[in-house]
Design a protein around this ligand. Sequence first.
Ligand SMILES: Nc1ncnc2c1ncn2[C@@H]1O[C@H](COP(=O)(O)OP(=O)(O)O)[C@@H](O)[C@H]1O
Ligand SMILES: [Mg+2]
Length: 485
Amino acid sequence: MEQQILNYKIERLLGEGGMSQVYLGVDQATGQKVAIKELLPHLANHHDMRLRFLNEAQSLAKLNHPNIVRLIRYEEVENRLILVQEYVESVNLEEYITKQRGLIPESEAKELFCQLLDAFAYAHDNGIIHRDIKPSNILITPANQIKVVDFGIAKIAGGDGTSLRTKTGTKIGTPVYMSPEQVRGQVADRQSDIYSLGVLLHQMLTGRAPYSLDTEAEFDIETHIVKDRLPRMKGIYEYVSNGIQAIVDKATAKEKSARYRDCQEFMRAIKAAKLPRFSESPDWREWLRDKRVIAGLVVMLCVMLGFAGFKYSGIPEKWKKQDAAQAYEQGKLLYDAKKYDEAKVFLEKAATLGNPDAQFRLGLCYDKGKGVKQDYAEAVRLYRLSVDQGNAAAQFQLGYCYDEGHGVKQDYAEAVRLYRLSVDQGNAVAQCNLGACYELGTGVRKDYAEAKRLYRLSDAQGNAQARKNLRALLSSFAQAAPAGK
Ligand SMILES: Nc1ncnc2c1ncn2[C@@H]1O[C@H](COP(=O)(O)OP(=O)(O)O)[C@@H](O)[C@H]1O
Ligand SMILES: [Mg+2]
């Protein structure tokens, strides 16, 4: 170990992850203790890694929150990348739970978890998504203060599903906390962070991660994540309340739209949850007292009546919605399993009941000719229904129809308008395509700065095309620069 980095005397190694080492340093002039994170030397020539490391510094620079580690400075010296942060006297939650403490009882876990939600509510509101929330990236001080670390390079470390593989092919990081969409390699957004937070909460309350690479192959874990709900916490620790189980279930719902909308909503649920009573056993009276069980029975009855020939028009709006959501869920599962013929049946039912996700996905079936004969006009009709309900994915797809002249008359201005709606909701593909509109000047005035900004936003969400476009745009500038004045 070195004696000195920059003007800091190195005291000891604090920790290491897949891509960096973190040292405790002391400023030789002031005596201030700092945490020095250095990109592993063998990664320092890796262009993407450098970008991510810088990205981490830039993300941290935007954040100023008591539960997020503070950036002090960032340096690139002699091909070394160094990020100096506030030193936090702490252990990370991984060690805290597995080595020191074991499970954290509900009342205490709630208090700690609210600090985390506060940090992520703040980060999300500032446009930053962590994408790699797991216990080793959360620090806890002796006074029970929480600090989040490891922002930004998360994406490369596997956070968004496009996991980094080293030259030998081993994956860096763990899939255990990844959301289904990240496992599928789709873009990660704040809903993905909420999923990972749900898994983290499960681990705090039971002392165990829901899956372990020690006992299962990575592929099997990924399959669980996509298909199965998390193991019941009561099965691991019987005093976990039903209320908090319901909260973890909502946070870790397979479908993003079924999760908490944001960390604020998540926090309200946690704060409202009643603490467990020690006799909280699943006896049938308790069971019947649970309003959700009653609601479930009622819904089941209605569905049965529905089969007996009832018309949906006679059923209250709320149940119609639930039924639509269930049908969509089923349709989506089948769609993801590429069983398009069967998926179509459920998606049609849900779309007819007004479910915007189903309208969008059924539109996609017609757009791509999956399970149905390709029909752009029908795709456009369905997208439009979904757009009317503000669905971001449909806004993008309908925009794309206008961009390409699929099922509508080509209209770049309309494409731009729709992309923009979708961008306003943080849709990464729309960010990329709107960026391209600015780069090429289709439907808007050419504006390279705006194109770059949009590509960067999209790239930060893991969109590979945006990264490609951004690189091409930057290198065309670089080539133009030396030749020009
Ligand atoms: N500011 C800090 N203060 C104290 N310890 C830290 C700090 N930052 C990181 N650590 C320790 O170093 C470990 C690795 O840091 P992290 O930023 O997650 O790097 P990596 O991305 O390589 O995993 C953490 O789990 C924690 O134990
Ligand atoms: Mg880490």
